[in-house]
Design a protein around this ligand. Structure first.
Ligand code: MG
Ligand code: ZN
Length: 220
């Protein structure tokens, strides 16, 4: 099947760029986190809350993947961090070569955390390794209970599932225990936490998780 061969070639090329990204960041001890979710799950809000809570404790930068706008990038720039906007001009996911280009625009000196906000989409972003150290998939309780079953790849490739907008749980038909079970069924190794940037519930666990992931420069 020609289509399958093309996809393999695309992925092989992507893996080369991803390895380049990872090598660059490993050398400097910069942790790359790839944030995946559907639109409106709260990726930018979670980053805002993170930067606000840390108040400059760690040197952070962000790469914002958006189809067209730069609104999310502006929201993060208010925290005084470096932000690179990647407008994909309609492409529905980021690829590792885009990250290579974004890294050229960043001053990497002394950076500790690099957050990549992927294009809001639960489908194809899951298929592209960006050279990340950790993949975090967000799911908000308002998205309903069926997303893990419908879009399993975004969930089984994640290192952590963040269930967002947990303050709204009583207004939904989502059963927390059922949802956790669905998640651990597809991804038994991953971590799970629930939070709300509105109430602050679960935020300290999120920040602890990020800190536990920190890496040291690999001078080899
Ligand atoms: Mg956003
Ligand atoms: Zn796509």
């Amino acid at each position: 099947m020609a289509e399958i061969i093309v996809m393999k070639a695309v992925n092989a090329e992507n893996e080369l760029y991803a390895a380049q990204v990872k090598e660059t960041l490993d050398k400097r001890g910069i942790l790359l986190i790839n944030l995946l979710s559907s639109p409106g799950s709260g990726k930018t809000s979670l980053l805002e809350a993170t930067l606000k809570e840390w108040g400059g404790k760690y040197r952070c930068a962000a790469i914002e993947g958006d189809l067209f706008t730069d609104e999310d990038a502006r929201r993060l720039e208010r925290f005084g961090i470096q932000v690179v906007q990647l407008n994909t001009q309609g492409s529905c996911h980021l690829t590792a070569n885009m990250i290579v280009k974004a890294l050229e625009k960043l001053d990497l000196k002394d950076l500790e955390f690099l957050f990549v906000e992927n294009v809001g989409n639960l489908v194809c972003p899951a298929s592209f390794n960006l050279g990340e150290h950790k993949r975090v998939t967000l799911l908000s309780v308002t998205e309903g209970k069926d997303k893990i079953k419908k879009y399993p790849k975004a969930f089984y490739t994640a290192d952590l599932l963040v269930l967002s907008k947990i303050d709204l749980l009583p207004m939904t038909d989502v059963n927390l225990e059922d949802l956790k079970q669905d998640f651990f069924r597809v991804n038994p190794q991953a971590d799970f936490l629930s939070l709300s940037v509105k109430t602050g519930q679960g935020l300290s666990q999120w920040l602890e998780k990020l800190e536990s992931w920190r890496i040291q420069p690999n001078s080899a």
